[in-house]
Design a protein around this ligand. Structure first.
Ligand SMILES: [Zn+2]
Length: 243
């Protein structure tokens, strides 16, 4: 028992704040520089940011800057939601208020596909796309293409062609699947039946397994029907109609 107490005392002594030490110059750094450094850490690693933040009081204060929460990566969010749901949700709200594209995307998918707050969901996804999240842009395009509204469908088609042209479809689909793993998918209102878009050259356009690949747009081929078919089927698999 005595030994344990001594060990604990030893640990306590080591946890002295850098700022409290007379030799420390950390708090003499310009705040903007520290914010930039912490923002880069936050964009790279969620856990590294929260460790860095604990280094000293100066870092704790600097880490409250909105710019950091705008850039914070949320790739470990599903785990955090599971273990500390209240804190994780508060963090998502903070990130959304700072324009964090990942948080907007995550919450947008949650509202649209899980809690069925469709307008709020689509607005958040749209906002994430405006903040430069290509995954959000892609799923927005897919949702539009699956709509009955002709104008939305046209707009969705243009979005999807752009994402296909940029070769980003696979990563967008992987990201979507990763995020929705932590959600109940309840939206049964998108499809009334299985999507079907006719293309007389389907065998040619799909010969290299294009369903899985990045590019239904390549070698000058921009086959809208095949793009609509592949991407709407991707969503259909996750959101089949009610029986
Ligand atoms: Zn085709």
């Amino acid at each position: 028992m005595e030994t344990t107490m001594k060990m604990n005392e030893g640990r306590k002594r080591k946890r002295v704040c850098i700022e409290d030490e007379p030799s420390s110059n950390v708090n003499k750094l310009p705040t903007e520089m520290v914010v930039d450094i912490l923002a880069n850490v936050a964009a790279d690693s969620f856990d590294a940011f929260f460790s860095a933040k604990q280094c000293c009081k100066f870092f704790v204060r600097a880490s409250e800057d909105d710019f950091i929460y705008k850039r914070l990566t949320l790739n470990v969010l599903p785990d955090k939601l599971w273990w500390t749901p209240k804190k994780a949700k508060a963090l998502v709200r903070r990130c959304i208020s700072c324009g964090n594209a990942e948080a907007l995307y995550w919450q947008g998918l949650f509202e649209f596909f899980s809690t069925l707050n469709l307008d709020e969901g689509i607005n958040l996804i749209r906002e994430a796309a405006r903040e430069g999240d290509v995954g959000a842009l892609y799923i927005l395009g897919v949702i539009y293409v699956c709509s009955d509204d002709a104008q939305l469908k046209r707009g969705g088609g243009e979005i999807l062609k752009k994402v296909h042209r940029e070769g980003k479809v696979s990563e967008c689909r992987e990201k979507f699947q990763r995020v929705i793993e932590s959600m109940w998918m309840n939206n049964r209102s998108i499809f009334r039946k299985k999507p079907s878009y006719a293309c007389p050259m389907r065998a040619e356009h799909w010969k290299d397994g294009l369903w899985r690949s990045n590019a239904l747009v390549r070698d000058g081929v921009h086959c809208e029907a095949c793009i609509f078919q592949a991407d709407s089927m991707f969503l259909y698999i996750h959101c089949p109609p009610a029986m």
